[in-house]
Design a protein around this ligand. Structure first.
Ligand SMILES: Nc1ncnc2c1ncn2[C@@H]1O[C@H](COP(=O)(O)OP(=O)(O)O)[C@@H](O)[C@H]1O
Ligand SMILES: [Mg+2]
Length: 251
């Protein structure tokens, strides 16, 4: 089963204040199967953020189709799309986006509360996920009580709370030191390996990318190359560096 299917997706930013029109995506075709962990890489300005924003329903394409679990989100009206996103999509943001005024338990359960799910059901789902990420004792704590590594795990638990069809991660290791980067990538890998979550992650970081099972390289709004891991992370890391060498990296 396909978690994500993208047909001939284009995005043109129209001209503004004398600036020229920009073709940010030139016709992207992409399939992501259930349980895959796919990375998207490419030089700065290649269209990564534009692609992620359209796939996650934050922005509209100029043309083309996006299906998530066979639902065509590119055709949905705004309200339907907002509801669909809450029920079917998970996000991991670079800065975690936890709400400081809510406990960790409340942060994680927010999408289910909004959906008016049964409180018992919410509690058991939250417990299950917090235990899975070894943060079970922190339910009543607030974001300012916990470490960066714990925040990442709260963010991961929140991304999973609605059993999403797909999880989008945008530069999850963006500003992190190497230890924190390793922690968050281990957490995302664990979601993919043990919960069989489908993950699509944009990154410019070869270390983060080495955790993926497949990587798509885009340049000038088009997919230029795709590589697949055989499970050997060190080897895949070297392969990423090699491809970045001729496609161009972010740094
Ligand atoms: N809101 C916008 N208006 C006009 N041009 C944009 C806008 N957002 C991005 N672009 C342009 O689209 C191209 C792709 O940008 P982006 O998706 O941000 O690339 P990346 O995330 O790979 O750095 C770039 O040329 C960028 O300048
Ligand atoms: Mg970007």
């Amino acid at each position: 089963m396909k978690s994500l299917k993208v047909n001939n997706l284009t995005k043109i930013y129209s001209s503004y204040k004398g600036a020229k029109e920009v073709t940010a995506l030139g016709g992207i075709n992409l399939m992501v199967n259930n349980g895959e962990f796919v990375g998207v890489m490419g030089p700065s300005g290649s269209g990564k953020t534009t692609l992620l924003n359209i796939l996650s329903g934050v922005d509209k394409s100029t043309s083309g189709e996006v299906f998530i679990n066979n639902n065509e989100i590119s055709k949905m009206k705004k309200d339907d799309l907002a509801l669909f996103r809450r029920k079917n999509i998970g996000y991991i943001f670079q800065d975690f986006n936890l709400l400081d005024s809510l406990t960790l338990e409340e942060n994680i359960s927010l999408p289910l509360i909004l959906d008016k799910k049964n409180p018992k059901e919410i509690e058991s789902k939250v417990s299950e996920l917090m235990n899975f990420f070894n943060i079970g004792e922190l339910k009543k704590k607030y974001p300012y009580h916990i470490s960066g590594g714990q925040k990442q795990r709260v963010a991961a638990a929140r991304a999973l709370i609605n059993n999403p069809a797909i999880i989008f991660a945008d530069e999850p290791t963006g500003n992190l030191d190497s230890k924190s980067s390793n922690n968050i990538m281990t957490t995302i890998s664990k979601m993919n390996d043990e919960i069989k979550s489908t993950v699509l992650m944009v990154t410019h970081d070869p270390f983060a990318a080495s955790f993926c099972k497949r990587i798509i390289f885009i340049k000038d709004g088009n997919i230029k190359m795709e590589i697949t891991s055989d499970g050997d992370r060190k080897k895949f890391y070297d392969k990423v560096l090699e491809v970045q060498g001729f496609i161009g990296g972010e740094n």
